[in-house]
Design a binder for this molecule. Structure first.
Ligand code: CA
Ligand code: CA
Ligand code: CA
Ligand code: CA
Length: 258
């Protein structure tokens, strides 16, 4: 049964209905893929076009136990940059690309113990709709999300925005941005490992998110969720959500209410 999307202004808070649970599937060995023998003739073997050369970025002083990495043009100069979430480093590290394949020797550090405590997931999106990419991290030990708005090319607000807390985002380990309520701005969703749920933060006006976020799932459905993603899974025009639940041994899909 699909729930009809409600108006949050009228007190109805859940625009999603809960979808089917996907149980553990037996691995189909016959369908397994091995390098050099593509299933689809149009597919090239993975690695055929990749150079053996690799580039190391960061190190113990800058990227301490990086758990997550995202790519985006973070300074708006047309090339892709990198950002990592460093678990024990308690910060994010931004590597701006200077010329093709070459990154700044001194990366930009964002956050710290007081703001990004145990970050394990980072995402980039233009959260405030001003045309540049912003950053959001999920901080497992800080029990919150941290949003870094970009102020000018390559420069981020010194005082980031904190969202959530132990009561709403208990050990968030994954964060994604998408327009979840179809009002034109980006919203945020986290997967909270210890909270056994997802938390949706709707953006009300640029840089301002609803004080009371929406909780989805629970220990019966989203049992220790480790990852969350947003996409229009059923093609009806609205964004749906899916989580990967470590101890639930399954995925949970939340369909939008359209
Ligand atoms: Ca760039
Ligand atoms: Ca922005
Ligand atoms: Ca929105
Ligand atoms: Ca949909």
């Amino acid at each position: 049964m699909a729930l009809v999307r409600g108006s949050r202004a009228e007190g109805s808070t859940d625009p999603w209905s809960e979808g089917a649970l996907v149980g553990p599937q037996k691995t189909d060995r016959s369908g397994s893929w091995s390098p050099g023998t593509p299933r689809n003739p149009a597919q090239r073997p993975l690695g055929a076009s990749l150079s053996a050369a690799s580039l190391a970025l960061g190190g113990p002083g800058t990227t301490s136990e990086p758990f997550s990495v995202a790519t985006a043009d973070l300074d708006g100069d047309g090339d892709q940059d990198l950002v990592s979430a460093n678990f024990t480093g308690r910060n994010l590290t931004v590597f701006f690309q200077l010329s093709p394949g070459s990154f700044a020797a001194a990366p930009l550090a964002l956050g710290g113990s007081a703001t990004t405590f145990g970050p394990v997931s980072v995402a980039a999106a233009d959260l405030d709709g001003d045309g540049d990419q912003d950053l959001v991290s999920a901080n497992q030990f800080g029990d919150n999300l941290t949003v870094f708005f970009q102020l000018s090319p390559g420069s981020f607000a010194a005082a980031p925005l904190a969202l959530g807390g132990s009561a709403t985002t208990n050990a968030p380990v994954s964060v994604a941005a998408a327009d979840l309520d179809e009002d034109g701005d980006q919203d945020l969703v986290s997967a909270n490992f210890d909270g056994n749920n997802l938390t949706v933060f709707f953006q009300l006006s640029p840089k301002s998110f609803a004080a009371a976020p929406l909780a989805l799932g629970g220990s019966a459905t989203t049992n220790f969720p480790e990852s969350v993603a947003a996409a229009d899974l059923d093609g009806d025009g609205d964004q749906d959500l899916v989580s990967a639940n470590v101890f639930g041994l399954n995925l949970t899909v939340f369909f939008g209410g359209r």
